[in-house]
Ligand binder design. Structure first.
Ligand SMILES: Cc1cc2nc3c(=O)[nH]c(=O)nc-3n(C[C@H](O)[C@H](O)[C@H](O)COP(=O)(O)OP(=O)(O)OC[C@H]3O[C@@H](n4cnc5c(N)ncnc54)[C@H](O)[C@@H]3O)c2cc1C
Length: 512
């Protein structure tokens, strides 16, 4: 291509600005920098509820050469080490899902099951989170950093963690970092399409202006202003995902209160409550089903659960699902324009990061242009990825809670066929990486390691099966037992060295 490819991104939320940065970086690396414009509408607000991410976001941030401490300072983000799931079995219990994977730091004997540490812990009925650095830190509080020489923080382990943040602040910071990207404040009112190919040739903007381009990214959130008119069909997940409404609110935090290093996901009578701390406050919300609870009832239930009044900020309707094709012609959909399930397990921003990485690695042609030959495969892989998120999230509701009509309805009519098939299979044989297609070509995805804490926490795995599997490989069993004990000891000791979370964030702010 002789002239730079012109990419027009519509939407200035997290998805739009992440796209601008990743596509700019990728086309520069390929030696054919794209001309990128972000069209965002000051008339249409972004979504913003207090978001949790996955480790993929941090990996991308560092991969783009951005300064983590500056990010923490400017966006008031906090560290997320996992999710604490409370009351999902209806008995007041909780389980933690730390996001580090201890298997990565050890070399097991030949023949050991891929998930031998998890298999051992399930079979021996030992707490899974104890062999996780992040599990120990979730139990004790603190950041995954210790005070090093001269007070400088030293990372406590090799694992990537995630963040909690307010996406509006992150969007603004990413915008500042996207130097060289042009911006336009306008509302897209329609598409002009090439008669022969059906591709978008230009976007009609309010006020009569237009903007042309070679490739277009739809990051317009729930409006799907480009991919919708291009013919994308919405595939609903309402048969499996039971919440259809969200009531976000902020909670102030006392100056002396420590900042949680985990997302709290607390099940209530008709859904669940999230608590996501930023440096300034806790972003909270009740994701529920309005067939079982009115908005007034939701508010009353939350106030009773928290023991304090709340001020709902919004009333968001959730239509869980995904588009059937995330890339049509020369238009790629990202973020909420591609899919939204519900907040559990923070799948949306994760999906955006992975989809962008996949697109940049496989679809941007060296020397400029977009390799459209990858389009159908991309759509299939993204569809599979989001379907896996659906099945994973659906499994969280299978802990046997039956104390309210919502939970009885979930058990009776919201179990997806794939969830049922997987849960049945995992009662007979423990989950393995091979149970999941590598739809993201080696990029982070929900796999066996993320399932273990959830399935074990909900009582959906059979310890006798796990025990028998490991007993069949005696060397692996002995290694797993020794390693579990050693990691457990080591990480308990490491957690004692951890800086306080607020202390670490204060340091990061000062050091940036
Ligand atoms: C209740 C709730 C909880 C959530 N929790 C999480 C979570 O914990 N973790 C997570 O990963 N994700 C979560 N999400 C999703 C997350 O908020 C989004 O994925 C993320 O903020 C990115 O949104 P976006 O950029 O796709 O869309 P938006 O933030 O909606 O941005 C859309 C942009 O498009 C622009 N726009 C729209 N139409 C037009 C038009 N016609 N012309 C020009 N511009 C236009 C708007 O001005 C805006 O800039 C949650 C979402 C909801 C609803």
């Amino acid at each position: 291509m002789e002239r730079p490819i012109e990419i027009v991104i519509v939407g200035g939320g997290t998805a739009g600005w992440l796209a601008a940065l990743v596509l700019q970086d990728a086309t520069r690396r390929d030696g054919a920098p794209a001309r990128i414009t972000v069209v965002e509408s000051s008339r249409i607000p972004t979504i913003g509820v207090g978001e949790g991410t996955t480790a993929a976001f941090r990996m991308m941030l560092l991969g783009l050469g951005l300064d983590e401490f500056e990010f923490l300072r400017e966006t008031e983000a906090t560290v997320k080490l996992g999710i604490r799931h409370r009351d999902w079995r209806g008995d007041g219990s909780h389980y933690d899902g730390p996001i580090d994977d201890p298997h990565r730091v050890l070399r097991p004997p030949a023949g050991a099951p891929d998930e031998y540490l998890n298999v051992y812990a399930v079979g021996a009925r030992r707490p899974l989170q104890d062999m996780h650095l992040f599990g120990r830190l979730m139990a004790r509080g603190g950041a995954p950093w210790a005070r090093g020489p001269e007070g400088r923080p030293v990372a406590l382990g090799p694992f990537h963690y995630a963040y909690h943040f307010d996406q509006a602040k992150v969007g603004r910071w990413l915008r500042v970092k996207a130097k060289g990207v042009e911006t336009l404040d306008a509302t897209v009112a329609g598409l002009e399409r090439d008669g022969a190919s059906g591709d978008v040739s230009a976007l009609a903007l309010d006020g009569g202006a237009r903007i042309s381009g070679d490739f277009f990214v739809d990051a317009t959130g729930f409006r799907r202003a480009l991919i919708g008119p291009m013919g994308a069909r919405w595939i609903s997940y309402s048969d499996a995902l039971p919440v259809n409404r969200a009531m976000p609110f902020w909670l102030a935090r006392g100056a002396d209160e420590e900042i949680d290093n985990f997302t709290l996901a607390r099940a209530l009578s008709a859904g669940w409550l999230w608590k996501i701390p930023t440096q300034a406050r806790d972003g909270c919300g009740y994701a529920y089903n309005d067939a079982f609870l009115s908005p007034d009832g939701a508010r009353q239930e939350v106030e009773a659960a928290l023991g304090r009044p709340i001020e709902p900020r919004n009333d968001i309707k959730i239509d869980a699902g995904r588009v059937d094709r995330a890339w049509i012609g020369n238009c790629l959909a990202l973020g909420l324009a591609t899919s939204f399930l519900e907040p559990l397990e923070a799948t949306t921003i994760h999906g955006t990061v992975v989809q962008l990485s996949l697109f940049a690695a496989r679809a941007l042609a060296k020397g400029g242009g977009v390799a459209t030959g990858f389009r159908d495969e991309y759509c299939r892989r993204v569809g599979r990825q989001v379907d896996d998120f659906r099945t994973f999230v659906n499994a969280h509701y299978m802990g046997g809670r039956a104390d309210a009509p919502f939970w009885r309805d979930v058990a009776a009519s919201r179990v997806h066929a794939e969830t049922r098939a997987r849960l049945d299979a995992w009662r007979r044989a423990t989950p393995k990486p091979a149970d999941f297609e590598d739809c993201t070509l080696g990029l982070p995805h929900v796999g066996a390691e993320l399932h273990y804490p959830v399935l074990d926490g909900l009582g959906l795995l059979d310890p006798a099966v796990a025990k028998a599997e490991l007993a069949a490989v005696p060397a692996a069993r002995a290694f797993a037992r020794k390693s579990y004990e050693a990691l457990s000891r080591e990480y308990r000791a490491a957690a004692r060295l951890a800086m306080g979370h607020a202390e670490f964030l204060a340091h990061a702010r000062g050091a940036a």
